[in-house]
Design a protein around this ligand. Structure first.
Ligand code: ATP
Ligand code: MG
Length: 677
């Protein structure tokens, strides 16, 4: 392809960005409008027209897969030699080269077990965190590192966050973690970025050598860049401005890691001479898919509305199922039909909110003989935590002596050894996914309670593990919505779309809920032609149909009437309306459910630090009053407070067990504890 033909394959706006080969260039555009295509063609055009030598160009993409795809596309366009990498991969390579020159010796080894080191750091800081708290500490440290917040600045920066311990304690763990890494000569992934940036900033001769080689930089998915990645990018540039960034604010889905679209939005201010291009033509999806994508963002101000370019296709389908297994079976059946109708399996994707949701689809696809591949996560039974748990369960099944009587209890006690707790950790990301994997095993035990003992359950798990080893070539893609970013398929199934899963129950603030909405937008816009959205009213067969479709689909169901319970009505005072589960919206009847403000079977979002603080406070008060602790508040009431975090007297008295007398005696203390949590 000639350089001219490369530009001719673009539309006028895309061409404007691609023809500006020396930057600064910023492309702000919605999903499927050709951002990635534009930067690939721009790089190829720059190289083939002789404007930039291939070895002087570095393209940064979000995932290793995207980087691989970009290298392939560049090769096809005749631009071999251009580097396309993730920030981490680029930094690791550069560090291996520059560390010996700048510091001497070999660069620090990659730290593989962050968790253990954070546990050690917590012990140094005289904390005794549980497993889920160590994970929350780790997430907090990662967030701080990615936002360039050092231990000394952490306390001030943590205002508005919900760390697992008081901010000063987290800062102490963070500092101890850093010291331990230095003492052991190891570095985590984020440190690799920091070290590379630091060397370029402080060692002029290294920076000179680097900048003599690399002149031109391209960043895809720039809306999800972290301040740490931006710092590395700045160090690469060293004041130069040959930078081309592309992104879509409406696809910001990694804020929880510290990523922010502010660099994308502030590009023009930073580079007043920049070529800024907006793209609105959606080349990927049918008008039907594009319509739905626009509909999901209808309430969002200042968004770029997509304009479909492709011919019409089938309307998106909305499917309500009785339970999750039925949903998975129906989706697998539909995949099989599509394959029979000529859609290659590799052009089909099933996307979900959290990786633990994949298990049901892995099983259903295996049973339907449809090949599949997992993206952005291993198969359920290959996950390290699941393999470890299976090993322990197998061992425990042989020690037949003192097993707890019920299967769920027996399984729970084994999972507890691996750090599993019935309450979900408050953090998201890997921590949450690990917890979800183990919870999926526990739920399976609950499903088989009464019909199996532990050895039979272990045999069942082993059978499942074997059955799911389906061939993984050209298969249906199973991926989380996060891992699907930037990718596209002919047919996309968005599954498990219930409130509590999307938005995820942990999305507390309006900003977090909006990020969940964007995840749905990302999911919808992956589809070229066939799009199916589905949910299940109950988790297990015969279970209570207590769920409702994702609130993001309100008004978009196009004639499909959900049998779900009505959305949660506004509560004025207790008794005037039924008490409703705040997670799934079901009407609550059982006393314990009412106290929790949710079905006992719905996932808990308890603030463990607050719960511990409440328990310590109760012990003190009980001692002072000379009464047993439960006379102050029962465990269930404390648990309800730690979950519902009432911010006012009005909210506090909504919790059953807190009448006028208790309110008078303890209300103020409780509200103070909650507000400080
Ligand atoms: P996302 O926001 O999801 O990352 P994107 O803006 O990067 O999307 P691309 O993946 O580059 O979009 O393009 C989407 C699809 O549209 C691709 O299949 C691409 O080949 C096609 N496409 C983009 N621009 C054009 C064009 N000018 N002519 C024909 N097809 C195009
Ligand atoms: Mg893209």
């Amino acid at each position: 392809m000639t350089p001219e033909a490369m530009l001719a394959a673009l539309d006028p706006e895309q061409r404007e960005a691609a023809a500006a080969v020396t930057g600064p260039v910023c492309v702000l555009a919605g999903a499927g409008t050709g951002k990635t295509r534009t930067i690939t063609h721009r790089a190829a055009f720059a190289v083939r027209s002789g404007a930039v030598p291939p070895t002087a160009l570095l393209a940064v993409t979000f995932t290793a897969r995207a980087a691989g795809e970009m290298r392939t596309r560049l090769r096809q366009l005749g631009a071999e030699g251009v580097q396309a990498r993730t920030f981490h991969a680029a930094a690791m390579r550069q560090l291996a080269y520059f560390w010996p020159k700048a510091v001497g010796g070999a660069p620090p080894a990659l730290l593989t077990n962050k968790f253990q080191l954070v546990a050690n750091a917590a012990a140094r800081a005289r904390l005794r965190p549980g497993t889920s708290e160590i994970r929350d500490l780790l997430s907090e440290i990662e967030w701080a590192t990615c936002t360039l917040t050092g231990p000394e600045a952490y306390v001030a920066a943590a205002a508005g966050r919900t760390p697992p311990f008081p901010a000063a304690d987290v800062a102490a763990v963070y500092a101890a973690y850093r010291d331990l890494k230095t003492a052991q000569g190891v570095a985590d992934f984020d440190d690799m970025l920091m070290y590379t940036a630091g060397i370029l900033e402080e060692h002029a001769e290294v920076a000179e050598e680097f900048r003599a080689r690399y002149r031109s930089f391209v960043v895809d998915e720039y809306q999800d860049v972290t301040p740490l990645q931006q710092r590395l990018l700045d160090a690469w540039l060293g004041g130069r401005d040959d930078l081309c960034v592309v992104g879509d604010v409406q696809q910001t889905i990694y804020s929880f890691t510290g990523a922010t679209p502010s660099f994308l939005l502030g590009f023009r201010t930073r580079y007043p001479t920049a070529t800024v291009v907006r793209l609105v033509r959606d080349y990927r999806s049918t008008p039907q898919v594009v319509d739905l994508a626009n509909g999901v963002l209808a309430s969002v101000p200042d968004k770029l509305e997509l304009r479909a370019q492709r011919p019409a296709g089938p309307a998106p389908s909305f499917q309500e199922h009785d339970d999750e297994a039925a949903e998975a079976v129906a989706v697998a059946r539909r995949c099989k039909e599509l394959v029979a109708a000529g859609v290659p399996a590799g052009e089909i994707a099933i996307l979900y909110r959290i990786n633990a949701q994949s298990a049901a689809y892995e099983a259903a696809l295996s049973n339907a003989d449809v090949p599949y591949v997992i993206r952005g996560g291993e198969r359920f039974f290959d996950r390290p935590e699941v393999r470890e748990a299976l090993l322990l369960l197998r061992g425990q099944a042989r020690a037949v002596d003192d097993l707890p009587a019920s299967l769920p209890d027996a399984v729970a006690s084994v999972l507890a050894v691996r750090g599993w707790t019935p309450a979900a950790p408050s953090s998201s990301g890997a921590v949450r996914e690990r917890w979800e994997s183990l919870s999926a095993l526990h739920r399976l035990a609950v499903d088989h309670a009464g019909e199996m003992d532990l050895p039979a359950f272990v045999a069942e798990l082993e059978e499942r593990a074997v059955a799911q080893h389906a061939p993984s070539v050209d298969g249906v893609t199973l991926a989380s919505l996060h891992a699907a970013k930037g990718l596209e398929w002919d047919a996309v199934f968005l599954v498990g779309l219930v409130d509590g899963t999307l938005p995820l129950i942990h999305a507390d603030t309006p900003e977090q809920v909006e990020e969940e909405r964007r995840l749905l937008y990302v999911g919808i816009t992956r589809a070229r032609e066939h799009l199916s959205l589905s949910w299940a009213l109950a988790r297990s067969p015969g279970g209570r149909a207590s769920r409702r479709p994702s609130r993001f689909l309100d008004g978009l169901l196009r004639g499909v009437v959900s049998k779900a319970a009505a959305p949660r009505p506004a509560r004025t005072s207790r008794g005037s309306v039924p008490v409703i589960c705040r997670i799934c919206g079901a009407v609550l009847n059982a006393a314990v459910d009412k106290k929790l403000g949710r079905c006992a079977t719905c996932p808990s979002d308890r603030d463990e630090a607050l719960y511990d603080a409440l328990r310590s406070w109760r012990a003190e008060r009980a001692k002072l009053l000379g009464q047993p602790a439960y006379c102050v508040f029962t465990d269930a009431t404390l648990a309800a407070i730690a979950e519902q975090k009432p911010a006012s007297v009005a909210a506090l008295v909504q919790i059953p067990g807190i009448g006028q007398a208790k309110l008078d005696k303890f209300g103020e203390d409780v509200l103070t504890l909650v507000s400080g949590s």
